[in-house]
Design a binder for this molecule. Structure first.
Ligand code: CUA
Length: 170
């Protein structure tokens, strides 16, 4: 079969591009622990704010000592607007939205999830000590650009597990 020179160049070019795309996806998965979400849990968006899973937002430690962060995204804020977390400790985030799709992005980390009405998004990650900006990376309306919050990650020795009462930032 005769393949024209230019066609051959383009074929190899496309092949090389595909190799780069798949390679970078694989590298992100292996080296940066970036994975597609695999958690499927539904919720009624109309009652999300009174749902026992999301009635109280903020940080809590469960009976087995794992740290959870519960966050609601709604036009145009994250609730709560600040989370204080321990460094180098796995934190499981649970997120939902009562209105439209938002994008929870902890800037310059691998912590990121779409926040979709009707679903509970979940991911687990950990952070080095420092301050992180949480942005909304999914256009959600006129106030989209103002939708941000903060993550304060403190050394584990300085972190105090919030008491059940103070953990619940309403
Ligand atoms: Cu919420 Cu953009």
């Amino acid at each position: 079969m005769n393949v024209d020179l230019y066609e051959r160049i383009w074929m190899w070019g496309v092949g090389a591009m595909l190799a780069v795309f798949f390679g970078s996806t694989a590298a992100a998965a292996v080296m940066s622990q970036i994975h597609p979400p695999s958690h499927i849990e539904t919720i009624d968006p109309r009652t999300a704010l009174s749902d026992p899973r999301f009635k109280h937002q903020g940080v809590r430690v469960d009976a087995s000592g794992r740290v959870h962060a519960t966050v609601v995204g709604l036009m145009f804020t994250w609730m709560p607007t600040e989370l204080i977390l321990p460094a180098d400790t796995p934190v499981t985030f649970q997120l939902t939205s009562p209105d439209v799709i938002h994008g929870f992005e902890i800037v310059r980390t691998n912590g990121q999830a779409m926040v979709v009405p009707g679903y509970v998004s979940q991911f687990t990650t950990q952070f080095a000590a420092g301050e992180y900006l949480v942005a909304c990376n999914e256009y959600c309306g006129v106030g989209h650009h103002t939708m941000a919050s903060r993550l304060k990650v403190v050394p584990k020795s300085q972190w105090q597990a919030p008491a059940r009462e103070t953990a619940n930032v309403q």
